[in-house]
Design a protein around this ligand. Structure first.
Ligand code: V47
Ligand code: SF4
Length: 381
């Protein structure tokens, strides 16, 4: 395709986006062509972002909890997991888990993001207990927990249906599900990364069932390893098709591969240009998902700020105790204070808005962070 043809093709795509028409697989792949100026793809994504979410830049006050890193699987991109007998391996006690809950409460967190490994010796009841323990002691903190990979493991452990597992976890206090474990759906890639864990059909079926039982969920895509543009767009279209049926995805999070300490450590981390293009193309393809998140821990602060002009409207949270990206070489800080996160959104020209996990605005009495259970001032971040 020569330059003239490329410009004509882009004009057609622009007209479709302006008319709120859906982009095709071929059009998505075209937008990944490095000859198509990133700036122009970004501007188009920004149009959609502002149409859907105005000038708002969302963040939340949250913390992470990884109750165990011991995992029966060995995904080739994972630096977090540990073998059962490895000194790095751990499984938290109730006291340690409650301590994290208390810390989250004192820091004004509205959310705990809880995921981990699939421990060889911990039964389903232990994973359920983690939720119940926190829900009983900290009932106002929303528990966004267990990826579809974990739910699939619980199904295997309990020999019950997906619906049974999800409803049982809801009863224990589960509030919603994070988007991990999606990786790349296309078998040409998935089979190279993580052939043993929940497959594409199972991942999608679990999210569909979660939506049916009233749980909102998030969705992700792991990019920048062995996949091609075709696989990324195929992945986005599979998410878009499920969203057409259920409407239960609230946010999409593109996840940039971090190679350090993984079995794919010879691959280079994706560039900021790739990060921004993926953000923008995702915003353009996923016309039926309300939010796109630039997860600052994974992107780095500067790229996450820039992403707020390339389709993203959310930067995730203050975060604390993140392991998955830091084990894989992320150099971002361990957490940000509320002031810092608000400032970085403002610097990007957006209006910082605190949200809860399901995107309700959180109204606090003043911007000084107060503990929402007691009204007392708390130290943020
Ligand atoms: O499923 C693991 C990915 C996911 C690496 O729902 C890696 O709000 C890059 O899903 N390099 C877990 N990625 C994280 C996740 C997530 C994060 C933030 C917010 C939300 C949300 C979800 O992280 C895994 C996998 O896809 N991952 N190792 C790595 N080395
Ligand atoms: Fe286990 Fe999850 Fe790591 Fe895969 S990505 S090895 S399932 S902890």
């Amino acid at each position: 395709m020569n330059n003239h043809e490329r410009q004509a093709r882009f004009r057609e795509i622009r007209e479709k986006v302006e008319a709120e028409q859906r982009l095709s697989l071929d059009e998505g792949i075209f937008l990944y062509d490095p000859q198509v100026p990133l700036q122009e793809v970004g501007e188009l994504a920004n149009l959609v972002r502002e149409r859907k979410n105005g000038n708002v830049g969302y963040y939340n006050i949250n913390t992470h909890l990884n109750p165990t890193n011991v995992c029966v699987y060995r995904c080739r991109f994972c630096a977090f997991r540990s073998d059962l007998r490895d000194p790095k391996g751990y499984a938290m006690s109730d006291e340690q888990i409650l301590h994290r809950g208390q810390e989250a409460h004192e820091n004004g967190c509205t959310e705990m993001h809880i995921v981990g490994g699939l421990h060889h010796q911990r039964p389903y009841e232990w994973y359920r207990h983690v939720i119940e323990l926190l829900a009983e002691n900290y009932p106002k903190i929303h528990l966004k927990a267990w990826t579809a990979v974990e739910i699939n493991w619980f199904e295997f452990q309990t020999k019950k249906s997906i619906r049974w597992v999800l409803e049982d976890l809801q009863q224990a206090g589960l509030g919603s599900m994070p988007g991990g474990g999606a990786e790349i759906f296309h078998p040409e890639v998935r089979d190279q990364l993580c052939e043993h864990k929940a497959n594409t059909h199972e991942w999608l079926k679990i999210h569909q069932t979660a939506h049916e039982v009233g749980l909102r969920t998030n969705c992700t895509m792991l990019y920048g390893h062995v996949e091609q543009a075709y696989h990324r767009i195929d992945h986005l279209i599979r998410l878009r098709e499920l969203q057409d049926r259920t409407g239960g995805f609230q946010v999409f999070i593109p996840l940039a591969f971090h190679p350090e300490n993984t079995k794919l450590s010879d691959i280079k981390k994706p560039s900021a240009l790739m990060d921004l293009r993926t953000m923008a193309v995702s915003r353009l393809m996923l016309d039926n998902v309300q939010h796109v998140k630039a997860y600052w821990i994974m992107l780095g602060i500067e790229t996450a700020q820039t992403a707020l002009a390339y389709g993203a409207d959310d930067i995730d949270g203050t975060v604390r105790h993140e392991l998955i990206y830091h084990d894989a070489g992320a150099t971002t800080p361990e957490c940000l204070s509320v002031d810092q996160i608000r400032q970085l959104i403002q610097e990007a020209g957006r209006e910082p808005v605190e949200r809860d996990t399901v995107y309700n605005r959180v109204h606090r009495e003043s911007q000084d962070l107060t503990d929402w259970t007691t009204g007392e001032p708390v130290a943020a971040g």
